[in-house]
Design a protein around this ligand. Structure first.
Ligand SMILES: [Zn+2]
Length: 157
């Protein structure tokens, strides 16, 4: 079933997808399971991001976190909307409960081994956009980094 223990917004986002496919009822099928897996993926990512941010803030005597910036590679296939919803759930009750999320999505670099072209991978096409060769090398795009934080720090008095 599409019900889940993690929070209302997730259930709604999953149910919405299922409804649109089911034509008036909840459809439980492969697509639904895919969506559910995806939600878990984004929630796990958001939770680990919050954990890392809170750990850093504590190490710097932070009182609260107001901004979280991260870099995520395109190869991770993160759904931005789901990540933002997951972030809202994951940050509740933590030092980051008022934090804004900023995400920079970093490209996957495609290098053609025939003509030497180096370019950002577009639309999951794995041939060279200049010479159509299929001997290509992919680089990057798998980043998942906490880039920086805005932290309010306790005065040392
Ligand atoms: Zn080429």
């Amino acid at each position: 079933m599409c019900s889940d223990p993690t929070g209302r917004s997730f259930r709604e986002s999953v149910d919405r997808e299922c409804w649109s496919l089911g034509g008036g009822g909840i459809l439980v099928g492969p697509r639904c399971i895919t969506e559910w897996t995806r939600v878990v993926h984004e929630l796990a990512l958001a939770t680990s991001l919050i954990d890392a941010a809170v750990g850093e803030a504590r190490a710097h005597r932070g009182r609260s976190i107001t901004g979280v910036r991260c870099r995520i590679g395109r190869l991770r296939q993160v759904d931005d909307q789901l990540l933002r919803e997951a972030f809202e759930v994951a940050k509740a009750g933590t030092l980051a409960s008022h934090a804004q999320l900023e995400v920079v999505y970093t490209p996957i670099l495609l290098e053609c081994l025939e003509c030497g072209l180096r370019t950002d991978l577009e639309a999951w096409r794995f041939d060279c956009p200049r010479c159509a060769a299929v001997r290509v090398r992919l680089d990057g795009g798998d980043e998942m980094e906490l880039a920086s934080l805005d932290v309010e720090v306790d005065d040392a008095d």
